[in-house]
Design a binder for this molecule. Sequence first.
Ligand code: IYR
Length: 225
Amino acid sequence: MKTSNRTEDFIPYKAQNFTEEEMIQRSRDYFEYSNKRRSLREFSDRPVPMEVIENIIKTASTAPSGAHKQPWTFCVIQDPEMKAKLREAAEEEEKINYSGRMSDDWLEDLKVFATNEVKEFLTIAPYLIVVCKKTYDIEADGGKAKNYYVNESVGLAAGFLLTAIHNAGLVALTHTPSPMGFLTKILDRPENEKPFLLIPVGYPADDAHVPDLGRKGLDEIIEIY
Ligand code: IYR
């Protein structure tokens, strides 16, 4: 009977081999740790070593992706002038969003976050990471190569990025300025890349506050068959 499709080129996988007790403890600890992560809008301008940013981006790039194409680019903006340009362009779009482009229901749903078109964090956070999705790859000869499940892949990488930021003791915001054409222009991204998320990263402001939100209970998010 055929049991495996592996070829001679495969390499052995080294299992982690925790006991069940260790697994239960580790999974509980990791949940409790993950449950401390919050999206922040109030950042400190305290510098963060670039090596930390490089490590969290390397972690993001360990995410699974369609056909292992890793269809992502992480643009790291630290230049104050570029941050100011991005903020100005983002605020211009958000002003239009808040004064008509977003529905009343949407604005109502956002009340708890007390957001508006002012995006101070774009100039205060030491780094802005613009996660870009590569809708296709451009090969050395200029030809186009297909990528697969690009949104799923880049969404996963962004999730890995956020957990790595939390693990480093830093905070982030998954910001989705809309529309994002200004990012393509200001960052001069190639035609095969589209901005996916804008993530400011840094320390929280000393007096940072977050909305008092709970999370759905297990019974609301799980169905066991
Ligand atoms: N992009 C806008 C609005 C916004 C939309 C959602 I959905 C949020 O969860 C938060 C904000 C802004 O950044 O203000």
